[in-house]
Write a protein that binds this ligand. Structure first.
Ligand code: ADP
Ligand code: MG
Length: 406
């Protein structure tokens, strides 16, 4: 176990870390910081919320000279993430005269271009950066550190060709770091291509069951919405309801609001300003339920999300892991609830259960339980439905729950 100091974090940054309550490195920081500080290429995998940002930000802050021009380029999948990462750099580099610029689409280029003239660190989404590069208003020829953050998400979002074009403009003589919540074949291919003899650091997702509770409701299509409503009515903190499809997200947000649960949709058809406003108001707790699609919710960092609902079951384990990773962040407790209603969903969910390493409890709620769902529950969510009713030959254990283990 290292300390930030023993790893090479300078006094000014140490003081800033302490001020923000960051005292000891998280496991991924403990494992990756020594390599990153040593200037090596690193591929690092750790779940969302594990502290990957500082794993690259702290060494870069120490390594970068304020007169060196654009020395570090961090690529991130979404504007929200780019802003957050830039903010972290800002926060912990106050002791040095470094300037960091977030570069992302959906806003005027002018101010971004202006700031680029005197910046050492750029945090960019690939699309906008390519725009700027093609206008020749900036160059990457001074870059010595390249970071691909949330690499899995960038690939999912189809940024691979853009990344390729960008990396070609970065000098070969550089340190390259790749961070990702999941490591797939594609990620390994990318790392072979862009990283030089990298150190590999992996902390495969082991969401701690003491922090994250997971429940899987086996139900029917007509019960799904009333059940969701019933569960949400007992919540006080923020909840995110995930849908696979944009129009379903819109519909559910509307229905919930009609039923007295203040909710808003966050989906890909919304303009960037609309998304920003929704995200901001959610963080400010102006409404309590965000109904989101995967793409729209990518990289959201909202600390007080106590519940994540899978209203529609995602089609792959990675999306599931990402969704669930929206809660139980930074040592807080959280609960993830999946509503499985159709044959297809059962199929997908079985796949997830098979591949997912966490523990998930089963409850069954049927049409016969509908009248009970209409009541507003008194306190805990466990009052919901006829827990443990057997269905499809699955006899629930101890009359209540059946535990799934992979
Ligand atoms: P990731 O990129 O792995 O999803 P982040 O880097 O965004 O995670 O960190 C998640 C949260 O944990 C942030 O709020 C961050 O400030 C906090 N954090 C990071 N490192 C530490 C640490 N060593 N001690 C306490 N909190 C930390
Ligand atoms: Mg991150």
């Amino acid at each position: 176990m290292h300390t930030f100091e023993s790893l090479g974090v300078g006094k000014p940054t140490l003081a800033l870390l302490t001020k923000h309550g960051i005292i000891t490195p998280t496991p991924i920081q403990d494992l990756s910081l020594p390599h990153v500080f040593a200037g090596k290429d690193v591929i690092a995998q750790a779940e969302t919320g594990s502290g990957k940002t500082l794993s690259f930000a702290l060494p870069l802050i120490e390594a970068i000279d304020d007169k060196a021009g654009i020395s570090a380029l961090i690529l991130a999948p979404t504007r929200e993430l780019a802003v957050q990462i830039a903010h972290e750099f800002d926060k912990y580099s106050r002791g040095k005269r470094l300037t960091v610029t977030a570069v992302y689409g959906g806003v005027a280029m002018g101010p971004q271009i202006k700031k680029l003239q005197r910046t050492q660190i750029i945090v960019a989404t690939p699309g906008r950066l390519l725009d700027l590069l093609s206008q020749r208003v900036m160059s990457l020829s001074a870059v010595r550190h390249l970071v691909l953050d949330e690499a899995d998400r960038m690939l999912d979002m189809g940024f691979q060709p853009d990344i390729e074009k960008i990396v070609r403009q970065v000098p070969r003589e550089r340190q390259t770091l790749l961070f990702s919540a999941t490591i797939s074949k594609e990620i390994l291919q990318i790392s072979k291509k862009y990283l030089n003899n990298p150190e590999e650091v992996r902390l495969p997702s082991a969401l701690k069951p003491e922090f994250l509770r997971q429940t899987y409701y086996q139900t029917t299509p007509e019960v799904k919405l009333p059940l969701l409503l019933h569960l949400l009515k007992s919540e006080r903190d923020l909840s995110i309801v995930f849908c696979n499809r944009k129009h379903i997200a819109r519909k559910i947000a509307k229905k919930l609001t009609q039923q007295g649960v203040q909710s808003r949709a966050l989906q890909g058809d919304m303009s960037q300003p609309q998304r920003d406003r929704t995200t901001k108001e959610f963080k400010e707790k102006k409404f309590s339920v965000l109904v989101a699609t995967d793409v729209a919710a990518r990289g959201l960092h909202i600390e007080d999300v106590s519940h994540v609902y899978n209203y529609e079951i995602p089609k792959d384990v990675d999306s599931f892991t990402h969704r669930v990773g929206r809660t139980a962040r930074a040592g807080r407790k959280g609960e993830a609830i999946s509503l499985v209603a159709t044959e297809d969903e059962r199929k997908f969910f079985k796949q997830i259960l098979f591949n997912y390493s966490g523990k998930i409890d089963l409850k069954t709620v049927e049409a016969a339980d509908l009248p009970k769902l209409a009541e507003v529950p008194h306190q805990a969510r466990s009052t919901g439905g006829r827990s443990g009713t057997s269905r499809g030959g699955q006899q629930a254990k101890s009359g209540r729950q059946r535990r799934f283990r992979r």
